[in-house]
Design a protein around this ligand. Structure first.
Ligand SMILES: C=C(C)c1ccc(C)c(O)c1
Length: 400
């Protein structure tokens, strides 16, 4: 481990990034957000948050009071899953571990919002088959890629376009998951509608070829997400619901900005959310992945989509906006973006490697490099062993 080289930090403590902001019921003391970061350290069987390391990981990253943390994606049900080492929020065993994590974050004076996740066609079909579960998406047989298609065919779990009854069941599962989170002490929930997962598969015409009221037009492709939002708002209150989109994302074989109609699709959805907001049901925030990150597996600068921007959202949505995507190495961009009263900045990969990221961004301190090969492995290494800045200096790390 070492500090990032060829990077000149800028202290941001005198910018709006460190002005308080209300998100739902939370009075944040800074506008830095830890976004959902899958780490694949949950226990199998049971998709249970890691009993030995997870609490310490979230504790380390919530030490700066008044910080907002969005958890790693958590499956709403077994059918929504398909990765053995990602956590869920459907069972009492899972919630026991989450309760201890939520409690620790609250003891630090910070806030925590679980991300509700359903994989759809991004799941491993053989894992679902083993557990007697379907391989779901918006449509039959439109596979993410040829590898997934052959996996599905080899294990005889072909990709299945959800029936309307199954769509309604997913909505019930989102509600069940949200109730579990709120009754376990979460400050709100984030609905995962980004990065090529199930909801994104309904939004995007590349994966949604349905002929019923859930496909075939901009309005129809928005129906699933808006039905989920309406039921979540009914159940837990709009101030406890956030939502994440990746309008330019291509991860999971989504259209990205090359599809000339994709922005119209997101403008429509966000417009319908703003209509609801103006009738008294404003969500706590909308969270957007920046076009500079079209595929989170790529390293900084790779795969950036330079023909578009998320600035469109400001003319439609009048609530809080969280923006994520390679900001840690661009403090000068952050300084500009936070000049308004409603923009928050999510720092993903560098929150993995800098438990004290909030302090480092405030003071303009060097950043620990992250180790990508330890992002998704069952080890405490690369999870809870990154040093704070003070610890790094005492380990002899040099600023040079
Ligand atoms: C790109 C990656 C690895 C990824 C993993 C998990 C989630 C929930 C996500 O949104 C993105």
């Amino acid at each position: 481990m070492a500090f990032v080289e060829d990077f000149t930090p800028i202290p941001l403590e005198d910018t709006n990034l460190f002005k308080p902001i209300r998100v739902g019921d939370c009075m944040l003391r800074n506008r830095i957000v830890m976004p959902p970061l899958t780490r694949m350290r949950a226990h199998y069987p049971g998709n249970i948050p890691n009993r030995f390391w997870a609490r310490k990981y979230y504790d380390q990253r919530s030490k700066s009071p008044g910080t907002m943390i969005i958890t790693e994606g958590a499956f709403i049900s077994p059918q929504a899953g398909g990765y053995d080492n990602a956590p869920g929020v459907w069972s009492s065993e899972q919630m026991t571990e989450w309760k201890s994590i939520f409690k620790k974050v609250h003891e630090n004076g910070s806030y925590i919002w679980p991300q509700l996740w359903a994989l759809g066609r991004a799941a491993y079909p053989e894992v679902l088959k083993r557990d007697g579960l379907r391989f779901d998406s918006a449509s039959d047989g439109i596979y993410m890629d040829t590898e997934m298609e052959s996996k599905a065919k080899n294990c005889k779990n072909l990709q299945h376009g959800l029936t309307k009854v199954e769509i309604k069941q997913y909505i019930k599962d989102y509600i069940h998951a949200a109730k579990n989170c709120m009754s376990s002490g979460a400050d709100g929930i984030e609905l995962h509608a980004a990065n090529g997962y199930l909801i994104n598969q309904f939004i995007d015409p590349i994966s949604n070829k349905r002929k019923d009221e859930y496909g075939g037009s901009i309005e129809n492709r928005a129906r699933f997400i808006l039905e989920i939002v309406d039921d979540l708002v009914q159940e837990v209150g709009s101030e406890h619901v956030g939502i994440r989109f990746s309008p330019y994302g291509t991860f999971g074989t989504m259209s990205g900005g090359e599809n000339p109609t994709i922005m119209a699709q997101y403008c429509y959805i966000i417009g319908k959310l703003e209509e609801r907001a103006q009738k008294g049901k404003r969500l706590a925030y909308i969270h957007l992945v920046e076009p500079r990150v079209t595929n989170p597996f790529l390293t900084e600068g790779q795969g950036a989509y330079s023909e578009g921007s998320n600035d469109f959202i400001y003319s439609i949505w009048k609530g809080n906006i969280i923006r994520a995507g390679n900001f840690a190495l661009h403090p000068e961009i952050v300084e500009e973006l936070v000049k308004d009263e409603r923009t928050l900045i999510a720092y993903g990969r560098y929150f993995i490697s800098n438990p004290d990221l909030v302090t480092r961004v405030a003071k303009g301190l060097p950043l620990n490099r992250y180790e990508r090969d330890k992002f998704y492995v069952m080890s405490e290494e690369g999870y809870t062993d990154y040093p704070t800045y003070t610890e790094a200096l005492s380990l002899g790390w040099s600023n040079a």
